[in-house]
Design a protein around this ligand. Structure first.
Ligand code: FAD
Length: 506
């Protein structure tokens, strides 16, 4: 029987492992952290309250995956309508920002300027069309510079840590909703009219179903891991993968080191996702990735969910130099999540709120997603997403230091009183978001081509395929990788003609 080693015990690796184990395959999952679930884990604070890596509600885009989630969380997986807002210029708007919402924030004068900008862009496209290389090119071309400078430019730079001129146009195309300038202008003018006549605009809320297990998002991953173990598979936590061994191009084993927990109670850190290549010293200044001797496990198939550039480092000389160079062009944006347990039964008027002018970019309340048992009934859990630089001031701050900065920002919004903060914790990941820099598509082409040479290694997931996906898609990727290995077909047959954008594994 073949032995499949799954690198990474996030929801993608666990979905792959459980599908393989349920089919009678020998499976071993290797996870660096002491907990499973990766970004989809729920970590527990001092009183047992649950903290996620930012909001983690389950979407329902794939029937097979939704059925699996419902089966795993049969004791409770309620659906709620999506209620996410943007706080912009002192007012709440629905998310994603739409033409009518933009119009509400603009005076007719600014709307006119936006229209002239937009018109100038149309003319420019006619007279001297140019290639849209960056996210900035794309947004300015689609909406004009006024709208870009008002919201999209500053927000994108804050979240991704690079100027939008350095982000690929395809990033904007996929992540930024296309707003019709004509609608914005007309709505804004109508708003001016409405003010005079007293008839305000009304529009139906965006209703999308989201699911959340009352005890925390991590329940799904915990139960996937239980399924693997129950079917005879192994899930090893605290096990950092350090190398892949090949024998004449075929997988023969995986090297790893036992690592200590990244929880650091003195700093309020519940955990830190890291891949061992970043040089982060996790706790007490110890080189986290280099503790313990290197050990080895034999195996003949690999499901990778570790970051794509890390996969190429693990392969070492087995991959061609041009692939290793291409892999270095891929970057991840780290994230720190400040979690607050607050002595109030509810703080926010929405599930999540995006901000442009705060230390954090998004604020969420787990209870509002359906996490009704995440903490005691007279308390609530708030999560503040802060994208940041590795080893920068946010990354190095303790949970209490972050709470001292962010607490007053929340109090100023009226969401809480400082003395209601009962506990502050921080969760971190060096791999929060894949950054789609200009030119990344060429690097991806090289890597996808190179991966075709390794028949018994498949890669998928948010990190492993370098795609900005959610938990349902990451799980779908895991199932697809397992299906492929079970099918016995070749990679060329399974994905040869599938473009990168549509791939669920490579
Ligand atoms: C702030 C934030 C909010 C989000 N909110 C939502 C949401 O509301 N809904 C939603 O559906 N999705 C959400 N997502 C996306 C979701 O978290 C991911 O799509 C999903 O969890 C990815 O799963 P994965 O298994 O592919 O990757 P990961 O969860 O990153 O798993 C990779 C695993 O590999 C492990 N690993 C790394 N290096 C090594 C190594 N060398 N050796 C061993 N193990 C290693 C890591 O510890 C990790 O467990 C959010 C993401 C972020 C960052």
């Amino acid at each position: 029987m073949s032995h499949t080693i799954v690198l990474g015990g996030g929801i993608c690796g666990l979905a792959a492992g459980s599908r393989l184990a349920a089919s009678g395959e020998r499976v071993t999952v290797l996870e660096a952290q002491e907990f499973v679930g990766g970004l989809a884990a729920t970590l527990r604070g001092a009183t047992g309250a649950g903290f996620d890596f930012g909001p983690h509600a389950y979407h329902a885009r794939n029937e097979r995956v939704l059925a699996l989630f419902k089966e795993l969380a049969a004791d409770g997986f309620p659906a709620r309508a999506k209620n996410v807002r943007i706080k912009f210029r002192g007012r709440f708007f629905k998310y994603p920002l739409e033409a009518l919402d933009m119009a509400r924030s603009m005076s007719p004068v600014i709307a006119l300027r936006a229209f002239m900008d937009y018109f100038a862009e149309i003319l420019r496209k006619r007279i001297a069309p140019r290639r849209l290389t960056s996210a900035e090119d794309w947004v300015v071309g689609a909406m004009g510079r006024t709208l870009y400078a008002m919201f999209f430019g500053p927000y994108t730079e804050k979240v991704w840590g690079v100027h939008p001129s350095r982000l690929a146009a395809s990033f904007a195309q996929h992540r930024i909703p296309h707003i019709s300038l004509m609608k914005v202008v007309l709505s804004s003018l109508r708003k001016g009219y409405a003010k005079r006549t007293g008839t305000e605009h009304r529009y139906a809320p965006l209703v999308i179903e989201l699911f959340y297990p009352p005890k925390g998002a991590g329940l799904i991953s915990d139960r996937l891991a239980e399924r693997i173990r129950a079917a005879g598979g192994a899930v090893h936590t605290g096990t950092l993968v350090t190398g892949i061994d090949l024998d004449e191009g075929r997988v023969s084993g995986v090297r790893f080191r036992r690592v200590i927990s990244t929880a650091d109670p003195a700093r309020g850190q519940l955990g830190m996702l890291a891949n061992g290549r970043e040089g982060v010293s996790a706790v007490n200044g110890l080189p986290w990735s280099q503790l313990g001797p290197e050990e080895r496990i034999a195996g003949d198939q690999i499901v990778n969910t570790l970051p794509l550039p890390v996969l190429f480092e693990l392969l070492g000389d087995a991959s061609r130099p041009e692939a290793r160079t291409a892999a270095q062009a891929l970057r991840f944006r780290p994230i720190s999540i400040l979690g607050l347990r607050v002595r109030r039964s509810r703080c926010l008027p929405a599930q999540s709120i995006y901000f442009q002018d705060k230390t954090f970019t998004r604020l969420s309340e787990t209870r509002n997603y359906g996490g009704t048992e995440i903490c005691g009934p007279d308390e609530t859990v708030l999560l503040c997403d802060i994208t940041c630089d590795l080893n920068g001031p946010i990354w190095n701050a303790t949970a209490d230091e972050l709470a001292r900065i962010i607490g007053p920002e929340l109090a100023a919004e009226g969401f809480l009183a400082i003395d209601e903060i009962a506990e502050a914790v921080v969760l971190r990941s060096t791999m929060g978001y894949p950054v789609y820099l200009v030119g990344y598509e060429a690097a991806i082409d090289t890597l996808m081509h190179e991966l075709g040479r390794f028949e018994d290694i498949v890669t998928g997931g948010r990190q492993g395929l370098y795609k900005y996906v959610d938990m349902d898609i990451a799980s779908e990727m895991g199932l697809a990788m397992a299906d492929h290995l079970l099918s016995g077909s070749t990679k060329a047959a399974a994905i040869g003609a599938v473009p990168y954008e549509d791939r669920v594994f490579a």
